[in-house]
Design a protein around this ligand. Structure first.
Ligand code: PLP
Length: 410
């Protein structure tokens, strides 16, 4: 789609629409033509096509016309019941079914929660770096987003505390703190139990809410499971977001939020869509009991292999002075390059050579992160990982040489 500029409808645009960045359409089919480390797309070969075909048939036979009708305002209740049981069994999250709102992916749930809480100019806190989609949503809502650094133990709680104290001294209560405690997108790190507890204490002390985004919860490849903040929070101040996108399939567009009933009630009123993917929800409810656990086990094997392949390739091809994280799960490795390099400027060169990645800048609410990049190992096939990292390594070496920082110039 080509966008003419300026638009003949400019004067009619909402305040929200006026300052939006340019359109960039994500398309997994296009990414599949490259060696793509760009997005959190699930592995294409293991998406469970066959079992979904049979679950679809059974769902249609069982549900009949109801599979093709509008649905419950909070989303399919059978699916919500299955999710409630899984959340309790796997993560110790206790919730009534009516505290679960089914949404078009976790993205929509986060958007609705922002809509419920944020007025133009309101302060919110978020990890820095954080999920690019959240950066976009905060900006769309006109939120004043303040970044809290993430280090190798997760959210930096000292920085969180001092930011909260500083805001308090100005009479400002942030609306929420957005965190991704497991295998954070984009850094890959997980927040320790102690820090999770501290986030809860601080949110309580300063009277704010916690947005816990646990999109990768099921995909742990090493290390010990840590309870989610929602399960630890005795104050009920945590909204827990997750999704079937990274397991059953992103094309289902099925996610959810678990939250205090008063928040669910507001979000459900703001969500005017005749229920979320009624047909797909019936299929998912049919598929989950028989297939989800086995499928997760299969995915853990696939992604663990890819993570290890990428870590080995980085070791082999990236220059001295580059550092990266070692995720225990999820899809992402976060790379920090020497400061002279600009990963946004390097991206077209990489694409030209058939490789794409996410420049770090997109993951910061203050636009920093010039010398950083996110590598996703979920979508590229095993055999593409080493060649892709080799190409990126060559580009980085070349850029360093040009900047006078290469091995021959030091
Ligand atoms: C951290 C995080 N949250 C939320 C989402 C949104 O997922 P979906 O809307 O597909 O459920 C993603 C997807 O990449 C993500 O990485």
């Amino acid at each position: 789609m080509s966008v003419t500029s300026p638009s003949p409808f400019e004067t009619l645009f909402s305040r929200k629409a006026q300052d939006l960045p340019g359109l960039r359409v994500g398309d997994p089919r296009k990414s599949a033509e490259l060696i793509s480390f760009f997005a959190g797309f699930p592995d294409r070969d293991s998406l469970p096509k066959e079992s979904v075909i049979s679950a679809t048939k059974t769902a249609l036979e069982r549900e009949g016309e109801w599979a093709l009708q509008y649905g419950h305002g909070l989303g399919d209740r059978k699916l919500a019941g299955l999710l409630r049981d899984k959340l309790d069994r796997d993560f110790g999250i206790r919730a009534d079914v009516d505290q679960i709102l089914i949404t078009a992916g976790a993205s929509q749930a986060i958007g609705l929660a922002i809509d419920t809480l944020v007025d133009w100019g309101d302060v919110i806190l978020t990890e820095a770096p954080t999920w690019m989609g959240a950066v976009r949503m905060f900006s769309n809502a006109g939120a004043r987003a303040i970044g809290i650094p993430v280090d190798k133990h997760g959210t930096n709680v000292e920085a969180l505390e001092s930011t909260l104290a500083d805001l308090k001294s100005q009479g400002i209560t942030p609306k929420f703190i957005y965190v991704i405690p497991n295998f954070q997108n984009p850094s890959g790190v997980s927040t320790t139990l102690e820090r999770r507890m501290r986030i809860i204490e601080l949110a309580h002390e300063y009277g704010t809410l916690i947005f816990e985004d646990d999109a990768y919860a099921d995909l742990r490849y090493s290390g010990e499971k840590i309870p989610p903040i929602h399960a630890l929070d005795k104050h009920g101040a945590t909204l827990y977001f997750s999704t079937l996108s990274k397991t059953l399939g992103a094309g289902m567009r099925l996610g959810w939020v678990v939250a205090h009933p008063s928040l669910i009630a507001k979000m459900a009123v703001l969500k005017v869509d005749g229920s979320t993917n009624v047909f797909g929800a019936h299929v998912a409810a049919e598929w989950i009991p028989e297939h989800l656990d086995n499928h997760i086990q299969q995915l853990v094997g696939i992604y663990r292999t890819r993570r290890d392949l990428m870590l080995d390739a980085l070791e082999k091809h990236f220059p001295e002075g580059a550092t990266w994280t070692t995720p225990e799960g999820g899809f992402f490795i976060w790379v920090t390059l020497p400061e002279v390099l600009d990963t946004t400027a390097m991206a077209p060169q990489a694409r030209e050579r058939g490789v794409e990645y996410l420049p770090g800048k997109t993951c910061f609410v203050d636009g920093s992160g010039d010398n950083m990049l996110r590598l996703s190992y979920s979508f590229a096939r095993d055999e593409e990982i080493e060649p892709g990292i080799r190409i990126l390594g060559e580009i980085i070496h070349g850029e360093l040489a040009e900047s006078g920082r290469g091995p021959n110039n030091t």
